[in-house]
Design a protein around this ligand. Structure first.
Ligand SMILES: [Zn+2]
Ligand SMILES: [Zn+2]
Length: 1232
């Protein structure tokens, strides 16, 4: 889930911003929770000191916690369910029901000897929400949150040895293993933990200067620990108790947990349920409880027994005096036998030095009723009176307590110190209310007998009123409250939130090439203007109509989206109208994501987000025939190149924020997001059926058309012969056949031949794709060739040719093209004229194919059409080509990343300490992978580790099987550009020699250049390695501190590695590891604009001209079946320049927003007949906020157009059921 990634930087930045408009005071952090587009910092904003434990441990009750919302730079889709649950989540009842201590471990019984930050998980409630902190080693930033009550009170005495009085403390800690509400968490859950389970601890102590005498009693309370539940059957009757089919399954886990915690003390169950004769259901539950004890004793050696006391029934018959006496008769022998834990803590200077334990409790009472609420609480209270009496005696404060260890209720009232009694009663009322509130959202019932113990507490609220409210709460609130428990503890999150792994990957990104700027600013970081969310937009100088942005991301990611904020200058034509995007691991191996992508005109400040195509993101795209771009999904993209162009001549380009989104490379999986239309499956199914029926000899045909494959001589590499003699890791690489220049040439020749010959047809592009696949070219190699040749990739995508043609219009067109001679044999066909449904021309009966065929290109399927002989050949060829392409493209296993995967998939935890916490340290390692990276690819031998391996640290990675880098044989020099993760001054460079060592033949000389950004690198010097042979694994240091004096702001380090020229030509370059050491420097701050610059800036920005686009009046007609909208243009309008779409989100938010929109037009003749149907283009509608208006200008004006047709092809969600269309209109642009 996204909260795993701690956007610490964003948080810190944000809080820095917050501080300017009011600092928030908080006492502690509970955690950090990311859902959707919001991060929540859960902070304690109000506390109450309710307990002091010796010597000075302050235990605070959280009186108010706030969920501070921080919008994160993470534009993700938040659906209605997630939104609702996010709101519910923040209402989790933290206030008043939780406590913490920063100095003492409260999760274990007093006095815990464990450090405060190493609590026992069972009683911690914020483990899940502190995980983002824990992940980066900062869990101590958060408090350890416990649920329940921790209260302490002091009673003055005249005892000299207790000048500070007698302290009474009560801690009720609730287990978090079966969290939840009354009807959802009852009995044991799948983790074998009972619902509403608490540990109770009553502490009495007196504190003197150098010692503390203490006495503690510990017991448990919780619902019956077997598998059962209760169900509300009617509004008035008690809920029915339903025992599970396998009630004792894994109950031993629970008892083992108790045995572990209490070191195998004997357990006595005090069961308060009603007897069978009084209440059948409770009686039955008791029966099973008894049986379960028998069962668990067979499972392991546990000392557990049960005593029973039907509290309600006894009380009804005998009144409170007799009932408590009977209770004590039952429990006193047990608790007295177990005894108390009593001891002395010795102190010196306010700190403990030693502890003497005088006695240790040996026996745990576990109290239960049905809910572990009211009866349990009362009985705990009455038992505590006898505990308290004994505790007073244990710490030598007998004057406060009754004389008799078996004092009756009346004796206790008379003899117990009045203050002590009031405090104790208060605390148990509080415990009862908190436990009841957490479980049922109502306060405790049946508390009057407790309150009667003293005159100083208020009367109890009405049992009947609580009962009614409790029932209402259970019915209407339990579900919501259960959600809150689950969410807080990280349980079932997928049920409550729709997760997106997408995260902002641009924070701390670095732009490795400088960008020209209109403003003359001496200290200017392009990151501040382009990547950060700045108020100012970037303005290019006047003669730059083409701006390239080069981004190096802070780590390796799988990239999913790129977004751009549109900013206007004097009008909306100064923002670029076209964009190319390339992504890759290195600067020079980038894959095209978008070529000539149209950026619509829109309001200033509109953010356009584009989902990266399948060859980058691995997200499936709507394709009619097959995936034109392979789902290659590199999980380690780091370089993003964005090229912006297309502005009005003579203006200064204005550019808003550019952002990139992705997921962690390591965790990436190919999403199986089905954006396919049912049309696709229909076509494919149809074609395949036909294929199997008509062409059983498909294999033979394949052989006859396949191209000669040249034998590839594998490049000889002797590196591993020297080192390891072979490595399993690299064996898979050997199987891959490199694409040779020859195969590439076959494709290029055919490409140029076909493209030059005529305008491309559907058959042409299918044939080209087939050749491409036979040549073994990948889609990205193809795209590169097309781009290099100056062609538009989309023109070569066969999917773009297939769209539905209107039969009525086709009919009109055929009528227009009607001729009196057959178009093949030229015979007269005045009498019988047959039109071909594909080429639309007229033919005689003999020249018409005897079998009707589906016209794939027109999407006329399941309804075969009459075609001519020539077209039958073309259509059959298309069908065969499509089948073969589908087969070949599925077979192409793209598997060229084996070695890299191993390197990039390593769990290389960022060592934040090193990177961020050691400024000014002279010897910080700056080049650690993956924080540091390699900018451009380097010629690498087939069996070598990737070039990034030179930045790895020894020794663990070497053992992991990642070896050393080496060049192919014959290479004499390489350039390696290392990108540092921060600005630094370099002091030392170390080379750790690889396993080969060096002799004079292969000892490299290394020239070093430094720079802040390309293209400016400054040559610094040449590194001469020592003379003679250098042994394997030697470390060679080069101190450059003097050489580089004054060069403090380095981000790029270029190594030009050269080996001696050799006649035999079987030499190659090999390196071990490079370590670059130095001092980290803060990034230079961009200077704010001065007055002159501001005026200069305003001049460009604030000259808004009025738009010259005029809306055209149209009538519209929507065809739901095909998701097609026709805009019918009224009389008198001649020219259409473009369309405007008011994007709207549907039920599923932006997921239902339209993505691909195909626009075509129908023209009519003078007689108002539609005579042609053409496609203008398929437009990608970027993801935008709801109700954003986008204007797309056509490449030219269209006249004589009657109808503009819009086909809504896909949306941004997983299903195609809903494509939200928004409102579409047409405009005409008036020339200036
Ligand atoms: Zn003919
Ligand atoms: Zn034809």
């Amino acid at each position: 889930m996204p909260s795993k990634e701690f956007q610490g930087q964003a948080f810190l930045n944000q809080s820095r911003k917050k501080n300017t408009d009011g600092r928030r005071k908080c006492f502690g952090l509970i955690g950090y929770y990311v859902v959707g587009n919001l991060a929540h910092v859960v902070a304690v904003t109000r506390i109450s000191l309710e307990l002091m434990l010796p010597p000075k441990h302050r235990v605070y009750t959280v009186m108010e916690a706030k969920w501070i919302k921080i919008p994160i730079e993470h534009r993700c889709d938040v659906d209605a369910k997630t939104k609702k649950n996010m709101a519910i989540m923040t209402e989790f009842q933290i206030d008043g029901n939780h406590f913490y201590c920063e100095t003492l471990d409260l999760s274990r019984t007093f006095p815990s000897t464990h450090p405060a930050h190493e609590p026992c998980e069972e009683f911690v409630w914020n483990t899940f929400v502190t995980k983002p902190f824990a992940d980066i080693g900062m869990s101590r930033w958060c408090v350890v949150l416990l649920q329940g009550v921790a209260m302490g009170r002091v009673v003055p005495t005249d005892d000299d040895k207790a000048p500070l009085g007698i302290h009474l403390a009560l801690i009720c800690r609730r287990s978090s293993i079966n969290p939840g509400t009354r009807y959802f968490s009852r009995g044991l859950n799948e983790k074998s933990s009972p619902g509403n389970e608490c540990e109770m601890e009553q502490i009495v102590f007196k504190q003197a200067d150098d010692s503390v005498c203490f006495s503690t009693a510990v017991w448990r309370r919780g619902t019956v620990p077997i598998h059962w539940k209760s169900e509300l059957v009617s509004q008035i009757a008690d809920a029915a108790i339903i025992i599970s089919d396998r009630p004792y399954e894994a109950i031993d886990v629970y008892y083992k947990r108790l045995a572990d915690r209490y070191q195998n003390q004997p357990i006595t169950v005090l069961n308060l349920l009603r007897v069978k004769s009084v209440h059948a259901d409770e009686g039955n539950l008791t029966h099973h409880y008894r049986e379960s004890l028998r069962a668990v004793k067979k499972m392991f050696n546990v000392k557990v027994d049960m005593v029973e006391f039907d509290w309600h029934h006894f009380l009804k018959l005998h009144g409170i005096e007799e009932t408590t006496e009977a209770l004590w008769d039952l429990t006193d022998p047990i608790t007295n036998n177990a005894g108390l834990t009593t001891g002395v803590l010795h102190m010196s200077n306010g700190r403990f030095t030693d502890m003497t334990v005088q006695s240790k409790q040996n026996g745990i009472l576990r109290v239960n009723c049905a809910d572990s609420l009211d009866r349990t609480n009362l009985v705990c209270f009455f038992n505590s009176l006898h505990y308290l009496r004994n505790q007073c005696y244990a710490i030598d404060a007998a004057s406060l307590a009754p004389k008799s260890p078996t004092a009756s209720l009346e004796e206790i009232k008379k003899e117990m110190d009045a203050n002590l009694l009031v405090h104790l009663t208060d605390m148990y009322i509080m415990v009862g209310d908190v436990c009841a509130t957490l479980y049922t959202n109502t306060v405790a019932m049946h508390t009057q007998h407790m309150r009667d113990m003293t005159a100083h507490v208020t009367t109890a609220p009405s049992n009947a009123a609580i009962l009614v409210n409790r029932r209402i709460q259970n019915q209407f609130k339990d579900k919501t409250r259960q959600k809150q428990y689950d969410i807080m503890l990280g349980i079932n999150l997928k049920k409550y939130f729709t997760f997106s792994d997408v995260k902002y990957v641009c924070s701390n990104a670095y732009m490795f090439k400088s960008v020209p700027s209109y403003l003359d600013k001496p200290h200017r970081r392009p990151e501040d203007e382009i990547i950060s969310n700045s108020n100012l937009c970037m303005v290019a100088p006047e003669d730059f109509d083409y701006i390239e942005i080069h981004i190096f991301l802070p780590n390796y990611f799988r990239l999913l989206e790129v977004s751009m904020v549109i900013r206007h200058g004097q009008d909306d034509t100064t923002s670029p109208s076209r964009m190319d995007v390339f992504c890759g691991t290195h600067l020079d191996d980038c894959v095209m994501a978008y070529q000539d992508l149209i950026l619509p005109r829109c309001e200033d400040g509109t953010k356009l987000t584009f989902t990266l195509p399948p060859q980058i993101s691995g997200l499936k795209q709507r394709n009619t025939l097959y995936d034109f771009e392979e789902l290659t999904t590199s999980t380690h993209m780091r370089v993003v190149r964005v090229v912006c162009y297309g502005i009005a001549p003579g203006s200064c380009m204005t550019l808003g924020q550019i952002q990139v989104y992705g997921t962690d490379g390591r965790k990436a999986l190919i999403d199986d997001v089905q954006l396919g239309v049912d049309r696709v499956t229909r076509i494919v199914a149809n074609i395949q059926d036909e294929q199997t029926a008509t062409s059983p000899s498909g294999d033979q045909e394949k052989n006859s058309t396949s191209l000669p494959v040249n034998n590839v001589t594998p490049i000889d590499n002797n590196y591993f012969a020297h080192v390891t003699g072979g490595d399993v890791l690299f064996s898979s690489i050997e199987d891959q056949i490199a694409t040779t220049q020859d195969q590439r040439d076959v494709y290029v020749l055919e490409l140029h031949r076909i493209t030059d010959l005529n305008s491309l047809s559907f058959n042409d592009v299918l044939r080209l794709e087939m050749i491409r696949l036979k040549c073994g070219l990948s889609t990205s190699q193809r795209d590169t060739i097309l781009i290099e040749s100056g062609y538009k990739v989309a023109h070569y995508d066969p999917n773009n040719y297939v769209f539905w043609r209107d039969p009525k219009i086709e009919n009109t067109i055929r009528g227009k093209l009607k001729s009196w001679n057959c178009n093949i044999c030229r015979t007269s066909i005045k009498l019988r004229n047959i039109g071909c449904r594909y080429c639309r021309l007229s033919f005689c009966k003999n020249c018409i194919h005897n079998e009707k065929l589906d016209v794939i290109e027109y999407m006329w399927l399941f309804n075969p059409s009459t075609v001519c002989l020539d077209c039958a050949v073309r259509i059959n060829e298309q069908r065969d080509l499509i089948c073969e392409i589908q087969r070949l493209s599925q077979d192409r296993h793209v598997n060229n990343e084996t070695v890299n995967e191993k390197l990039f998939d390593k769990n290389l935890m960022p060592n934040l300490d090193r990177i961020f916490h050691s400024p000014n340290h002279q010897e910080t390692l700056l080049s650690e992978f993956p924080h540091a990276g390699i900018l451009s690819s380097v010629a690498t031998a087939q069996t070598s580790a990737p070039i990034e391996s030179i930045l790895l640290q020894e020794p663990q990675h070497y053992q992991d099987g990642i070896n050393f880098w080496s060049s192919p044989v014959g290479i004499e020099s390489v350039h390696i550009i290392v990108v540092l993760p921060c600005y630094a001054k370099i002091n030392k460079i170390t080379l750790l020699v690889d396993a080969l060592g060096y002799n004079d033949q292969d000892k490299p000389t290394i020239r070093v250049s430094l720079g802040e950004r390309l293209p400016l690198l400054t040559f610094m010097g040449e590194w001469q390695l020592p003379d003679g042979t250098i042994s394997a694994h030697d470390r060679i240091d080069w101190d450059v501190s003097d050489l580089l004096t004054g060069y403090d702001m380095c981000r790029l380090v270029q190594f030009e590695v050269k080996i001696p020229k050799e006649t035999k030509n079987n030499n190659f370059i090999h390196l071990g590891r490079f370590y670059i050491y130095g001092q980290i420097n803060a990034a230079p701050a961009s200077s704010p604009l001065n007055q002159k610059q501001l005026i200069q800036y305003e001049r460009v920005i604030n000259k808004k001209k009025k738009s010259s686009r005029v809306t055209i009046k149209t009538e519209s007609k929507f065809y739901r079946q095909t998701s097609t909208l026709d805009l019918i243009i009224g009389q008198g309008v001649r020219v259409v320049s473009g369309f405007k779409i008011l994007v709207s989100h549907g039920e599923q938010g932006s997921l239902s927003q339209v993505k691909d929109l195909r626009v075509g037009f129908l023209t009519e003749n003078d007689r108002k007949e539609l005579i042609s149907q053409q496609v203008i283009g398929t437009y990608i509608i970027p993801k935008v906020a709801n109700n954003t208006s986008l204007e797309f200008e056509f490449e030219k004006n269209y006249d004589n157009v009657k109808i503009i047709r819009f086909e809504f092809l896909s949306n941004y969600g997983a299903d195609m059921i809903e494509v939200s269309h928004g409102r579409v209109s047409l405009f005409f642009t008036q020339p200036n």
